[in-house]
Design a protein around this ligand. Structure first.
Ligand code: SIN
Length: 289
């Protein structure tokens, strides 16, 4: 989809002519993701501009901007246009550190009762090569499953927890794999396996390899074959996009409908990002077909 760069609008209340700048939306590769062009995010735009960004975001799952060098205040002001800021943090990998945060497919913090709605990542320093991030779109994934499997998944709920005790420091990014018994005993919120994205009416798969423990009422051992099937299916190349960062790049992903993976292929180099998580709400289950 391509929407015009700008249009002239007449405000009904005072007959003032004003130009509303709208982003040009360019889809990336895979059935997820779009790059938005034509905006300078250091500026404050009228509400219609942010509404167009939100629309592209809900439709494409993850959106990208390039050459946006925002300071801390500008990052916060931009993020606040889309919701309540829940967490602000620096993700810094120093040359001597070998593990990276997020180097496995996951959705951020679905172990919470109300998982973050979205994550915004701002690139400050990027290694000379590598350090890309990948996203998989769970709307296209769900739509590509057979009607039989869709119907089965629509009837299920799953337990989510942080059984590996993943944290934000790099020494917590590679914890040992817990036992099956620990997965079975893990306690956490129940989320629908297929959730609805109210803005688009889309049904999206809502399990992820990091935080989904088991289907509700099933053991971990019983859950694994089906979970493994959708985890493998979900990262087929047609559902995945990959973003090459540069200083000033921004990625905003809808944490309700994507998985992501930080590619850790830049040993010996620094990578510095700023991350903002926006507050979410309890996932709404999609209704049976
Ligand atoms: C994350 O998992 O949120 C980090 C992604 C990245 O650093 O590319």
């Amino acid at each position: 989809m391509q929407i015009p760069l700008s249009r002239t609008a007449v405000r009904a209340d005072d007959d003032v002519m004003e130009t509303v700048v709208l982003p040009a939306v360019h889809r990336t590769c895979g059935l997820v993701g779009a790059e938005l062009r034509g905006l300078d995010l250091t500026l404050d735009y009228p509400d219609e501009t942010y509404a167009a960004i939100e629309q592209a975001w809900a439709e494409h799952g993850v959106i990208f901007f390039r050459d946006q060098h925002l300071d801390a205040g500008q990052r916060e002001r931009f993020a606040s246009r889309f919701g309540t800021i829940r967490v602000k943090q620096e993700l810094r990998k120093e040359p001597e550190q070998t593990r990276a945060i997020g180097e496995g497919w996951h959705t951020d913090m679905t172990c919470f009762d109300e998982p973050p709605k979205a994550t915004i990542l701002f690139a400050e320093e990027i290694p000379p090569w590598g350090g890309d991030t990948q996203w998989a779109g769970m709307g296209p994934v769900f739509e590509a499953l057979s009607p039989g499997l869709q119907a089965t998944l629509l009837g299920l709920w799953a337990v989510h927890a942080n059984v590996r005790k993943l944290g934000l420091s790099y020494d917590q990014t590679d914890p040992p794999e817990p036992s099956i018994a620990e997965y079975d005993a893990a306690e956490g919120p129940l989320h629908p396996v297929v959730r609805l994205i109210p803005e688009t009416g889309r049904k999206v798969l809502y399990v992820n390899p990091e935080f989904t423990m088991r289907f509700d009422g099933w053991t971990r051992r019983e859950s694994l074959p089906l979970l493994r099937y959708v985890y493998e299916f979900g990262v087929r190349p047609e559902f995945v996009t990959r973003f090459k960062w540069a200083p000033g790049s921004i990625a905003m992903w809808d944490n309700r409908q994507t998985w992501h993976f930080a590619v850790n292929d830049y040993q010996g180099h620094r990578r510095v990002m700023h991350r903002i998580l926006l507050a979410g709400s309890k996932p709404v289950p999609a209704e049976a077909l």
